[in-house]
Design a protein around this ligand. Structure first.
Ligand code: ADP
Ligand code: SF4
Ligand code: MG
Length: 335
């Protein structure tokens, strides 16, 4: 039987060696993306979203990072055990990513065309036993890719340097690069935050339309819940390196169960401005001295004695809806 999962993260722990000691950032993260599914990962700045994404892409520097425990299975293969060559191959063909800051992802020294042609050639080399595309074919593919992201006058764009383009145009170029080799999985980490609100919204609309029509699996990472609501079918709410709650998006927005999710949803209008959730008192903890038990307990209005003693596991509260909070434990489960 074909594997139904594009991505499975199981009990992932990621620590960093820092001056103060060990920073325990990810603490048992589990989440998955099924084939063709669009999944969101949301949570305040600093809660570990980018660390999760980098781990999936094999882009964590080890050291300072340590992965004491966990599995990351991408399309049936364990990423944590891949060689550098296998990783590169996977990133050039099956999986693509889009980052927050389009300038960092483009090389300012080379014309857009040079960079896009390289991406197209790389995939060809790795998918068809060294077969070569003609210059004309590469050019045609590049033009089609730029057309698809609605960049006017693709030929002019190909000859431009990144600094000659606006932020929105650069992000469109990066989306074209991410999609040109027809990946089956896309990870987008805050693709709109470096842009102004209107341009950012256009980029997200374009991205969600493209992945929907192409049937690509997506993990969309953002602190912006409005974006999650419009773009995804399922959402994971992350707090301080743990998944607090996961559910179909509509269900979670209708009926958030975890006190952290409730606080996040209550502060949606403020969140869209890129601010920390003001609806929740306090801050994301210092990962070198994390709170015991439920990491949210110092900020929680419902805290009980067990909360600081024992970490809650994810409990099924209704079909497809899991919550990591002691409020939902049945009699005896807390023992
Ligand atoms: N290379 C690193 N060394 C030490 N700490 C790191 C490193 N990378 C990330 N962190 C820490 O991990 C925590 C989570 O960061 P991040 O995943 O970027 O959060 P998010 O993307 O949710 O805003 C932060 O406290 C950050 O300082
Ligand atoms: S486990 Fe306790 S502290 Fe954590 S969110 Fe639930 S009630 Fe609050
Ligand atoms: Mg981030």
């Amino acid at each position: 039987m074909m594997d139904q999962y594009m991505l499975e993260i199981r009990d992932l722990h990621v620590h960093f060696r820092v001056y103060e000691g060990i920073s325990r950032v990810l603490d048992g993260v589990s989440l998955d993306v099924r084939k063709g599914e669009r999944v969101g990962l949301a949570g305040e700045t600093g809660c570990g979203k980018t660390v999760t994404m980098k781990t999936v892409m094999g882009a964590l520097k080890i050291p300072p990072a340590i992965i004491p425990k966990g599995e990351v299975i991408l399309d049936g293969q364990n990423v944590l055990k891949m060689s550098a060559k296998q990783l590169l191959q996977m990133k050039g063909t099956k999986v693509s990513m889009i980052f927050q800051d389009p300038m960092n992802a483009l090389n300012p020294v080379f014309a857009v065309g040079t960079q896009l042609f390289d991406v197209i050639r790389f995939s060809k080399r790795h998918t068809s036993n060294g077969g070569k595309l003609s210059k004309k074919e590469i050019l045609n593919r590049a033009i089609a890719a730029l057309d698809e992201v609605r960049l006017p006058d693709p030929k002019r764009i190909l000859n431009s340097y990144p600094l000659e383009l606006s932020g929105g145009m650069r992000q469109r170029v990066l989306i074209a690069m991410a999609l040109v080799n027809e990946p089956s999985f896309l990870i987008a980490d805050e693709p709109q935050t470096a842009l102004d609100v209107t341009i950012g919204a256009q980029i997200l609309d374009l991205l969600s339309e493209l992945v929907r029509t192409k049937g690509i699996s997506v993990l969309l990472i953002t602190h912006n819940l409005g974006v999650i609501q419009e773009t995804t079918e399922r959402v994971n709410i992350m707090y301080a390196g743990q998944v607090a709650e996961t559910a179909p998006t509509a269900l979670l927005f209708e009926n958030p169960k975890h006190p952290y999710s409730q606080g996040l949803l209550a502060s949606v209008p403020r969140l869209t401005g890129g601010e920390i959730a003001e609806g929740i008192r306090g801050m994301v903890p210092d990962y070198t001295a994390v709170p015991s038990g439920c990491r949210f307990h110092p900020r929680c209005d419902h805290v009980m004695p067990i909360c600081s003693q024992k970490k809650p596991s994810l409990l099924l509260v209704e079909p497809n809806h899991l919550v990591g909070c002691w409020l939902y434990a049945k009699e005896g489960e807390a023992e």
